[in-house]
Design a protein around this ligand. Structure first.
Ligand code: ADP
Ligand code: ADP
Length: 225
């Protein structure tokens, strides 16, 4: 089974109103195990809407979302939330780390919420931080870290509960070009080493070219770049 399958996804905002916007008009996508797909879209094309539907944060008007072969259509909020917490990791342009907690604690907390012991959560958080090259920064709060370091912590947090699918929206879009390039390399290394499947939105065609497959969101549907 694909890790993510979208079939005929349609979504409008303000349906039936004069200001209706049909954002998605039949999105089909299958992301294979271990595959990393680039989602290239100009601002306003609907990539956030698509990522939120794929990650079960929003529902489509039509079509189906299946995660690891399980059809999510018609499932209740409790089951959707459970699948999201267990199987999906999110990364945004801004890190959204909790400012009063250390880097390590930011990666420990989602694990504790998932029932992992403190000891195991601490150990896995350190392993992830070392993997992205910032083990020495584990005890620092986000404000004491550089922008690139903050994003690396956010990557570790997204992976803390060992998801099957990573959804990222401009994961290095807030960094200067040199740092972006380097931090993107770190993200790809982490994804490859953990065998994750990913859908990563970016405006940057050079970054997109480093992924397995490139798709563009064009008038509400996905087309090869
Ligand atoms: P992107 O992430 O590609 O910039 P979005 O998915 O955020 O695009 O938005 C796609 C379109 O839908 C935009 O025209 C946006 O203004 C519109 N839109 C997004 N969210 C809403 C909403 N809650 N209500 C009405 N229109 C929205
Ligand atoms: P929590 O365990 O904090 O309640 P949730 O199940 O609400 O987590 O969310 C799971 C993931 O979805 C988290 O990574 C969170 O950042 C993200 N998330 C939750 N709600 C939203 C939202 N409205 N917009 C974007 N991301 C969200």
């Amino acid at each position: 089974d694909p890790v993510l399958r979208l079939s005929g996804i349609a979504k409008s905002y303000n349906p039936g109103q004069p200001n209706e916007v049909a954002v998605l008009r039949g999105v089909d996508l299958a992301v294979a195990p271990g595959e990393v797909v680039a989602l290239v879209a100009p601002s306003g094309a609907g990539k956030s809407t698509l990522l939120h539907i794929a990650g079960l944060l929003d529902t489509a008007d039509a079509g189906t979302v299946a995660i690891a072969g399980e059809d999510m259509t018609g499932l209740g909020d409790r089951r959707r939330t459970a699948v999201r917490r267990a199987d999906v990791g999110f990364i945004y342009q801004f890190h959204h780390l909790l400012p009063e907690f250390s880097a390590q604690e930011n990666i420990v907390l989602p694990q504790l919420a998932n029932g992992v012991s403190r000891r195991a959560a601490d150990a896995y958080a350190m392993e992830l931080l070392e993997h992205v090259g910032i083990g020495a920064r584990a005890g620092h709060r986000p404000a004491a870290l550089s922008g690139g370091e903050q994003q690396r912590v956010a990557f570790c947090r997204a992976l803390a509960n060992r998801p099957r699918l990573l959804l990222a929206d401009e994961p290095t879009g807030n960094l200067d070009p040199g740092t972006s390039d380097q931090v993107f390399g770190t993200l790809m290394g982490l994804v490859r080493d953990t065998g994750l499947s990913a859908l990563i939105a970016t405006h940057n065609l050079d970054l997109a070219a480093r992924m397995d497959r490139q798709l563009r969101l064009d008038t509400g549907a996905l087309v090869p770049v």
